[in-house]
Design a protein around this ligand. Structure first.
Ligand SMILES: Cc1cc2nc3c(=O)[nH]c(=O)nc-3n(C[C@H](O)[C@H](O)[C@H](O)COP(=O)(O)OP(=O)(O)OC[C@H]3O[C@@H](n4cnc5c(N)ncnc54)[C@H](O)[C@@H]3O)c2cc1C
Length: 257
């Protein structure tokens, strides 16, 4: 059997000139754990262009959702940004990734730190009831350059809290902190700067992170990840993996070439 399946696009939403999201049908055989990514792509003539994408949708959803950048002249996204409902989408059968709670030592608080499209895997994780069973609080931080890049803000601030199934636990345990670096906003600056000076934790009324209590999952630009790993190193936090869980895990939101 081919390891690439064909889905159908169901809906497309353009957030900005640089950012859009779309939903697609889900083959019942396609399995993933919330937070993982898969290869998706398009057929161009006889060839296929495939790229890694994190699933935005939770693992139990009947349809798939993705959040995408539009890279000018990008081999995939210059085509993908034109998709319409009814179009075909290729989906690799295998999902993988490091943003799994099983890669972390159990802790009281789980911080999900993202920049740009790095939000995608966390949109999946914050709708997974198991994650709330395992932690007292989930803190979702989304750092963008401009306010209009804060995708899913309405869903995060209100709609999800009214959700019949998972709304109550989200209202009790999820703290959402949107941050903007290049224009005026309630919470301004770069997430790593605000972690270093401690103001981030003061803003959300949480104690300074402790090895015993706090866990981090991080997905974003290579620059932010490098900065973040340096902080973790200074604080004595160790990166986890499937054979040795730790206090933090990271995933690249994209690879800089
Ligand atoms: C594990 C993993 C998960 C990913 N998940 C997503 C996702 O959920 N959504 C998504 O849009 N992309 C994601 N990407 C990036 C994605 O695989 C492609 O790189 C992206 O779709 C652009 O494809 P392209 O062919 O148009 O350009 P490419 O040739 O792939 O990229 C060209 C350049 O564009 C820049 N770039 C690529 N992706 C991004 C991005 N997301 N944000 C900012 N700059 C970028 C980089 O500088 C890159 O070198 C992920 C990458 C990895 C490794």
């Amino acid at each position: 059997m081919s390891n690439i399946r064909e889905c159908k696009i169901l809906s497309v939403y353009h957030w900005t000139e640089r950012l859009f999201s779309f939903t697609a049908t889900r083959d019942p055989g396609f399995r993933f754990v919330s937070g993982q990514f898969a290869m998706i792509g398009l057929r161009t003539g006889d060839a296929q262009i495939m790229r890694a994408y994190s699933m935005v949708s939770p693992s139990y959803a009947e349809t798939l959702e993705f959040l995408s950048i539009k890279v000018p002249d990008g081999p995939l996204t210059s085509r993908l940004k034109l998709i319409q409902p009814g179009d075909g989408l290729l989906l690799g059968a295998k999902s993988s990734g490091t943003l799994l709670t099983s890669n972390l030592i159990p802790g009281r608080r789980l911080y999900l730190v993202s920049t740009g499209t790095g939000l995608a895997p966390f949109m999946s994780i914050i709708r997974d009831p198991e994650v709330y069973d395992q932690h007292e609080h989930i803190v979702l931080i989304h750092n963008c350059r401009t306010v209009d890049e804060l995708a899913y803000r309405d869903l995060l601030t209100s709609d999800l809290r009214a959700d019949e199934w998972i709304g109550d636990v989200i209202a009790q345990k999820l703290i959402y902190l949107p941050m903007v670096s290049r224009e005026p906003f309630d919470h301004m600056g770069r997430v790593t700067d605000r972690m270093r000076d401690g103001s981030l934790f003061q803003t959300i009324a949480m104690p300074p992170p402790r090895l015993e209590d706090d866990r981090f999952m991080v997905c974003g630009s290579p620059l932010m990840l490098a900065d973040f790993c340096q902080i973790m190193d200074e604080w004595g936090f160790r990166e986890g993996n499937s054979s040795r869980p730790g206090q933090f895990v990271i995933e690249r939101a994209f690879v800089d070439k």
